[in-house]
Write a protein that binds this ligand. Structure first.
Ligand code: PGA
Length: 239
């Protein structure tokens, strides 16, 4: 397991401050140097604080969103090229918290394309709602979100499977359900597509989830906010 490629992504959402971002980046960079071979740790602070993360050695930087256009009259927006310029290598696109604000599947595709064109690796989030899950429509819901993504060049992006009902809820699907959803995503996008799991990942469940052969890492929200939480997840990736 230690030689598999795994991505451990800390999504800070709208949390933190300049000083906490700087301290965290330094501490998690140190922890990342002890991570198992093949593990890439990524820190996605609020965009305004990316510069405060400094220039970590092993820890990679990412953003939580980008615009689909390169530049222009888009007040309040940040382009993928700007994120690259600020030191990012990754960007989360299509997070369900953004989809809830109206972002649709086509916009997610355009953002991913813009990220790739700017030299970033998009981490594209997909996942079914509670209603879809309850109705046994997980595959159907994923199919709709995935269909535009077949246009993207293989190897240029990561996917994060994040059931909406599992985010911030303390609930997770069973390992069988995670394995099945990841296998379905790979059947649509190609078996080599890395698929991370996200939704209430923490130090207690990370080992079991990361042990699944279909899982290429974790997108972690609340449990990533504390250095200790992220360190435990980095350790869990040792298997
Ligand atoms: P959570 O968030 O770990 O707090 O559930 C994950 C995410 O939204 O990416």
């Amino acid at each position: 397991m230690s030689t598999r490629a795994l991505w451990l992504v800390a999504n800070w959402k709208m949390n933190g401050a300049a000083a906490t971002v700087a301290d965290y980046a330094q501490a998690v960079d140190e922890a990342a140097t002890t991570a198992a071979e093949g593990v890439t740790c990524v820190f996605c602070p609020p965009t305004i604080y990316i510069g405060h993360a400094g220039k970590p050695k092993r820890l990679k930087l990412g953003a939580q969103n980008c615009h689909s256009e390169k530049s222009g009259a888009f007040t309040g927006e940040v382009s993928a090229g700007m994120l690259k310029d600020a030191g990012c290598e990754y960007v989360i696109v299509g997070h369900s918290e953004r989809r809830a604000e109206g972002e649709n599947d086509l916009q997610v595709l355009f953002k991913a394309q813009a990220a790739i064109a700017a030299g970033l690796k998009p981490i594209i989030c997909v996942g079914e709602s509670q209603a879809d899950y309850d109705a046994n429509h997980t595959t159907k819901a994923l199919g709709v979100q995935l269909s535009p993504l077949v246009k993207l060049p293989a190897g240029s992006y990561l996917v994060a499977y994040e059931p909406v009902w599992a985010i911030g809820s303390g609930k997770t699907p069973s390992v069988l359900e995670i394995g099945a959803a990841h296998a379905y995503i790979k059947s649509v996008l190609g078996s080599a597509t890395p698929v991370l799991y996200g939704g209430s990942v923490n130090a207690g469940n990370a080992r079991e989830i990361l042990a699944l052969s279909e899982v290429s890492g974790a997108l972690v929200g609340s449990a990533s906010l504390a250095v200790s939480g992220m360190k435990e997840i980095i350790n869990a990736a040792r298997g």
